[in-house]
Design a binder for this molecule. Structure first.
Ligand SMILES: *Cc1c(COP(=O)(O)O)cnc(C)c1O
Length: 360
């Protein structure tokens, strides 16, 4: 019997993914040249569907990388000469900060305890920071930063770049790409695809900076520098031989999501999240981890486990209903559960999960 994955990445595949991969094999996409018109048409289709889905202006480039981890490095290499600033409240936002340190930048951070989130009003951005790094959904702790707060942060710091890590929430957050400068995700979390592709959305102001940095410092990287990515993108090509299959399937999944409608996906996400949080609130052996309701993630629900063992709960739910829920991250492995609420799982599946948890 098939399992249903509520793990926060890799995660349950979006229901149409298997069929799209089959179609990709039938079209022999694993063998086509990435300098062919066929590939350019695929890249173009994926870009068009992502623009509709996430409301991305025509002026922004949409690029493909190996992963989101790669994009952390590329962002710092291409847009930070000296100083970056990071909002850190969990393992992923911390790693982004660590990358900047490793790349010999002066990296500043405003750090909050695991489980707490950020609002614009309490953020003081260092004067010389060039790039402000935010995380729309901190996957390790289940904390979101709401788009309105990210937009305010940019408006208060117009001379600095703002980038948004939306790996475990895209396309749920309604980000204004005319306000923020860049956002990125990997496909194996909220897009419900097999891993192996990162997607990076960038405005032309970042390209201008990278071009200036290239002249002065020549340290912006090689094939995946912004000038190289933008140049290839202008013909719907990539600098290297890319993951053609995944680029094709991403375009198809985005098209499927557009057919459902992004507003419907957002409403369904919120409804399923409410079912999970309401259950955890009432359940005597669970407790919602994130105290401030406005900071609670809509796409990764994190709960503390009281009296029982988290590992036992995970095992029992798998035995009873073939559903796989995620363990807590790092130090919280033994005491928390993480339940992914991505578009690939529907309300009925969430209700089945809740029933199974009720019986534990
Ligand atoms: C998983 C994750 C990443 C890293 O994604 P990779 O695909 O492993 O590179 C980055 N940021 C967040 C918020 C994540 O959840």
């Amino acid at each position: 019997m098939r399992k249903t994955y509520f793990t926060p990445g890799p995660a349950e595949l979006f229901p149409t993914v298997e069929r799209h991969y089959q179609d990709a094999f039938e079209q022999q996409l694993g063998s086509i040249s990435h300098r062919s018109q066929k590939f350019r048409d695929i890249y173009k289709h994926t870009v068009e569907q992502l623009r509709i889905l996430m409301n991305v202006p025509e002026t922004n480039g949409i690029f493909f990388t190996g992963s989101a981890t790669e994009i952390w490095e590329r962002l710092i290499q291409n847009t930070v000469e000296h100083e970056s600033f990071h909002l850190v409240n969990g393992s992923f936002s911390k790693k982004f900060y660590d990358f900047s340190v490793d790349l010999n930048k002066f990296a500043h951070k405003f750090e909050k305890p695991f489980g707490e989130g950020f609002d614009n009003s309490e953020i003081e951005v260092p004067e010389y920071a060039e790039l402000i790094c935010t995380t729309a959904n901190e996957t390790s702790s289940g904390v979101q930063m709401r788009p309105a707060e990210i937009h305010k942060l940019k408006r208060a710091n117009k001379d600095k770049f703002v980038c948004v890590d939306m790996v475990s929430s895209a396309p749920y957050p309604d980000l204004d790409f005319n306000t923020i400068d860049s956002a990125f995700f990997s496909v194996q979390k909220s897009f419900g695809m097999p891993a192996g592709l990162g997607c990076w959305i960038v405005n032309p102001t970042m390209l201008e900076k990278a071009e200036r940095m290239k002249i002065h410092e020549n340290q912006i990287g090689t094939y995946h520098s912004l000038p190289s990515l933008f140049k290839n993108f202008s013909k719907f090509e990539t600098p290297e031989t890319p993951n053609v299959m995944a680029i094709y399937v991403l375009g198809k999944v985005a098209e499927d999501m557009n057919n459902i409608g992004i507003e419907t996906i957002r409403k369904q996400t919120e409804k399923k999240a409410k079912v999970l949080y309401d259950f955890a609130d009432k359940c005597d052996f669970l407790e919602v981890f994130v105290k401030n309701p406005e900071h609670r993630s809509q796409t990764v629900v994190v709960v503390n486990v009281k009296e029982k063992s988290a590992a036992d709960i995970i095992k029992q739910v798998q035995t009873d209903v073939n559903m796989v829920i995620g363990s807590g991250y790092g130090d919280f492995k033994a005491t928390q559960l993480r339940i992914a609420n991505f578009a690939a799982v529907n309300l009925e599946q969430v209700e089945t999960l809740v029933e199974a948890l009720r019986k534990v």
